[in-house]
Design a binder for this molecule. Structure first.
Ligand code: C2E
Ligand code: MG
Ligand code: MG
Length: 578
């Protein structure tokens, strides 16, 4: 489903998934060699014992040695059958060769040495050939059926496009590689009425036609981006777009898919005019959790469908999280708080020589099915419904408990950064909460840092300042998070009692592609230093960004390049140097 030579990766991913769907019962090579060795030993014993007149004494009985020939001949036959069963084609061919080679040797024994005891052995060999051939042919048939079933598990039967499962695997792989991509959720407009008026059969033909038009674009790379089309179910499709440079590229690609089906489609003498609604979101720009990005794309698609305008394409923006989704997330937050299942990850922060500065605690929540819901989704909802302070507090309690224990065990000079929402900050008992945390966790106050998001703070700066001043009296540090997004005024910055500015990821992303963005980051760093703040850059992913930041005097970095958010135990290992 992808462009030119690049489709190897998709094929490899799908092939891996196919293999994982049903692991082949092929034994390792060591089994092959053991069985082969056993076969040769057994055959050797047969050849030495078959013509022998000797006897061995066992429990007072004299047993003729040639009787052992029968036993070891059966053992050698079992070996070749097992070789064929467990070692596939290699085992079968090896078995065939060794048996066929064995026959003339036995015949020579019979003719030259008149050793008639070997005659049953020849029949045994012939039977073994029949047996392994039957086993091998059956194995091949079973493997073919398995292969077909595995392919079907990844393919939509009606259209032949990859299905949801294939899409999920592909997206997981892209996420692991850290590559950016756009996912578009697509729903055909008015498809229900085609089904109702023309029947399911015609509906299916329309779906097939649409799928084949889209498949052609994806396979030929006509859009200029690398695309992957999936049929999810019914009239729902999805598109994964990669290798784009700008929003413009993405939009052009989606427009191409839109116009491919908007021409008149003639099927069985009927003319159809089809359109589809496209909602899309970008990973990791919109969210760094793949599942959330897919959900966002779906929200955008529903929104544009609902609008029933002539424009059928919508990019996700935070304003379109639906009311129902808010309710759904709210109930998840409530039950996570009730069951105390809110947990945290720790993302390392480093100085420019990669010395660990400390960690930022980031809230995490699991869905009932075990999947992680991203804070990008539940924090805005929690803020809206007034639960964010409870989430903050759960993270505060758990993270300070863990890091406090780590510091008392290792004496590490690390800072723990905690995100606080302004609603929480302004609660009358906030100060007491922090004092208690310092006391109970044993973390020295100056090793705790409270992060306040710039944009939120500006809205209520006067009041916030009062609280922040009080916080400073305890000795904890203050960081201004997502700096650059909130248009802070210089006057308030000069009087703001912060220690650290955290430059927002969006500036770091653009820094190396635009000179003005680089100058902007450089200016923030200089300004920060003049005002007595230290500066950390967030979301550093590439070596080039790191080099630029070193060159322009940034103090610290936090980003996937040196460390993703980690479960506490993993973060602990960083401190212990394991
Ligand atoms: P933030 O405080 O700006 O945290 C940094 C976010 O950027 C984290 O996302 C982190 O995973 C992500 N990030 C860090 N480095 C990179 C990178 O190199 N590439 C990319 N793509 N992303 C990077 P996360 O964990 O999803 O948190 C999102 C936001 O949710 C946070 O942004 C913060 O505003 C809020 N949040 C998280 N935990 C809490 C909490 O306990 N309380 C409150 N009030 N807000 C929280
Ligand atoms: Mg933060
Ligand atoms: Mg931030």
């Amino acid at each position: 489903m992808a462009k030119g030579i690049d489709n190897h990766r998709e094929e490899r991913i799908l092939q891996q998934t196919l293999n994982n769907l049903s692991a082949k019962s092929r034994a390792p090579l060591s089994v092959y060699f053991v069985l082969l060795a056993l076969y040769f030993i057994a055959t050797f014993i047969v050849s030495r014992s078959a013509g022998s007149d000797a006897t061995i004494s066992m429990g007072g009985q004299h047993i003729p040695v040639f009787l052992f020939a029968g036993v070891f001949s059966s053992l050698s036959n079992i070996c070749v059958i097992l070789l064929t069963v467990y070692c596939g084609k290699l085992g079968f061919i090896t078995s065939l060769v060794v048996i066929v080679m064995n026959i003339p040797m036995v015949m020579i024994g019979i003719i030259m040495k008149h050793n008639m005891n070997s005659i049953p052995g020849v029949f045994g060999n012939l039977l073994a050939i029949v047996a392994i051939t039957v086993v091998f042919v059956n194995n091949v048939k079973i493997e073919r059926i398995q292969e077909k079933l595995r392919k079907q598990a990844l393919t939509d039967i009606l259209t032949g496009l990859p299905n949801w499962y294939a899409c999920a695997r592909l997206v997981d792989e892209i996420e692991k590689s850290g590559e950016k991509f756009v996912t578009a959720s697509i729903d055909l407009n008015g498809f229900k009425s085609i089904n109702e008026t023309m029947g399911f059969e015609m509906g299916n033909k329309v779906l097939k036609k649409v799928a084949s038009l889209w498949r052609e674009i994806a396979e030929t790379g006509a859009s200029g981006t690398r695309d992957f089309v999936i049929r999810l179910n019914g009239d729902e499709f999805a598109l994964v777009i990669r290798d784009f440079d700008s929003d413009e590229d993405v939009l052009n690609t989606i427009r191409m898919y839109e116009s491919a089906i908007s021409k008149k489609l003639s099927i069985d003498g009927y003319d159809f005019y089809i359109s589809a609604s496209f909602g899309y979101a970008e990973y990791p720009k919109d969210n760094n959790d793949v599942q959330t990005v897919m959900l966002y794309a779906n929200e955008a698609m529903r929104e544009i469908k609902k609008a029933s305008s002539s424009n059928h394409i919508l990019r996700f923006s935070k304003d379109i999280i639906r009311e129902e989704r808010i309710l759904e997330v709210e109930s998840k937050i409530r039950s996570a708080l009730e069951n105390d299942t809110v947990f945290f990850n720790l993302q390392p922060q480093y100085d420019m020589n990669r010395k660990l500065r400390g960690f930022e605690a980031l809230a995490r929540m699991k869905d009932a099915d075990g999947s992680i819901i991203s804070p990008g989704e539940f924090i805005p909802v929690a803020e809206k419904v007034g639960l964010v302070d409870k989430i903050d507090s759960a993270v505060f309690r758990k993270a300070t408990g863990f890091v406090g224990e780590l510091i008392s065990r290792t004496g590490a000079d690390i800072t723990l950064s905690l995100n606080v929402s302004v609603r929480h900050l302004m609660k009358s008992d906030f100060l007491d909460e922090i004092k208690n945390l310092v006391k109970n966790s044993g973390i020295p106050a100056e090793q705790i840092e409270i992060e306040i998001t710039e944009s939120v703070m500006i809205d209520s700066v006067e009041k916030a300042l009062q609280y922040i001043d009080e916080l400073k009296t305890i000795g904890v540090k203050i960081a201004i998070d997502d700096f650059g997004t909130g248009y802070s005024s210089l006057s308030y910055l000069t009087s703001f009692p912060a220690n650290l500015l955290k430059i927002d990821k969006s500036f770091i992303d653009k820094m190396n592609s635009s000179e003005s963005s680089k100058q902007y980051v450089e200016a923030i760093i200089s300004l920060g230093h003049i005002l007595g703040f230290e500066v950390i850059s967030e979301g550093v992913e590439e070596g080039e960004q790191l080099n630029t930041l070193k060159a322009i005097g940034c103090d610290y970095i936090q980003g996937f390049i040196w460390g993703r958010p980690l479960p506490p135990e993993e973060a602990g290992k960083l401190v212990l140097g394991e």
